[in-house]
Design a protein around this ligand. Structure first.
Ligand SMILES: Cc1ncc(COP(=O)(O)O)c(C=O)c1O
Length: 281
């Protein structure tokens, strides 16, 4: 595979291809000590930029990272990357690392890159028949699950299981059988007209799309609450849908080979989400 030639902003400079490098002494490169945000760009404008940056900065502070560049610098970097790549509908990623140990003053490593949307969308999200499987690898998010860290191995191994099974996403399940979230998405089911989603207290990522969907439920008068979801309840649900900034709201047609009968609540929430995108960007 060729090294991608797209423009990447690294620690203040725009570079491409072989020139896009991070020091091997950086803790992000050595040990996966990094945090990132992935957000959607509509018509050249990043959506929910402030909320994503807030999650990044709060996690960085909580985990003792050097202070990341100011959000205005990162927004300038994002705009530079988008303009230089000629990208209007895209997914942008902002990454910060714990930097090089011993460096004084402490400075985090930082890069911003973007990809055209088409390369990121799930096949099933495009065709309207998305599918998920349950990962067979027991998942316990621990104390880091609520931070969006670059230590992605556990998520990527599960994602690969999903891809090998021809699914768009793999759902992460504890050893006790509680379904928690997808490898890059939050999980919702609809049972008897009520929208249910696993609680943040389970250690899952506090998804920004999850929060927007819960607000949309309140506005539309759709009953919604957090509750533990045993995997049997997911396969037996009337509807199952996943949310993420990149994919938006994705009603599932199949979970672990079982057909999911309904999708109307998910579609309604997807439309509401589209409405808030249109009103903001
Ligand atoms: C593990 C995990 N859960 C949930 C999400 C969805 O979060 P958001 O809606 O903020 O994109 C992601 C996003 O990548 C994720 O990696």
């Amino acid at each position: 595979m060729r090294i991608p030639d797209r423009p990447i902003w690294i620690d203040g400079r725009l570079c491409r291809g072989e020139a896009a490098v991070l020091s091997l002494f950086d803790r992000g490169a050595r040990d996966g000590e990094g945090l990132f945000e992935t957000l959607r760009v509509y018509r050249g404008r990043p959506f929910q930029w402030e909320r994503h940056l807030e999650r990044l900065v709060v996690s960085a502070a909580e985990l003792g990272f050097p202070v990341p560049p100011p959000p205005s610098t990162l927004l300038g970097a994002a705009e530079e990357v988008l303009a230089s790549g000629g990208l209007l509908d895209a997914v942008i990623r902002v990454t910060v690392t714990r930097g090089i140990p011993g460096r004084r003053p402490g400075r985090c490593g930082c890069w911003v890159d973007a990809e055209p949307l088409g390369s990121r969308l799930w096949r099933g999200a495009r065709s309207g028949s998305a599918a998920a499987i349950f990962s067979r690898r027991a998942f316990h998010p621990g104390s880091l699950g609520r931070h969006k860290t670059t230590s992605r191995l556990i998520y990527h191994l599960a994602r690969d299981e999903g891809r090998a099974a021809g699914a768009d996403e793999a759902l992460l399940v504890t050893a006790e059988g509680a379904a928690l979230e997808g490898t890059s998405s939050n999980l919702f089911v609809v049972i008897g007209g009520e929208v249910l989603t696993p609680p943040l207290s389970a250690g899952i990522l506090p998804g920004i799309t999850r929060a927007l969907v819960l607000s949309a439920c309140a506005e539309l008068g759709i009953p919604a609450r957090e509750c533990a979801l045993p995997r049997e309840q997911v396969v037996g649900a009337d509807e199952v849908f996943l949310t993420s900034s990149a994919q938006e709201v994705v009603p599932l047609s199949r979970v672990d080979g079982r057909e999911i009968p309904e999708r109307s609540v998910g579609v309604r929430l997807l439309e509401a989400y589209g409405g808030s995108v249109a009103a903001t960007v």
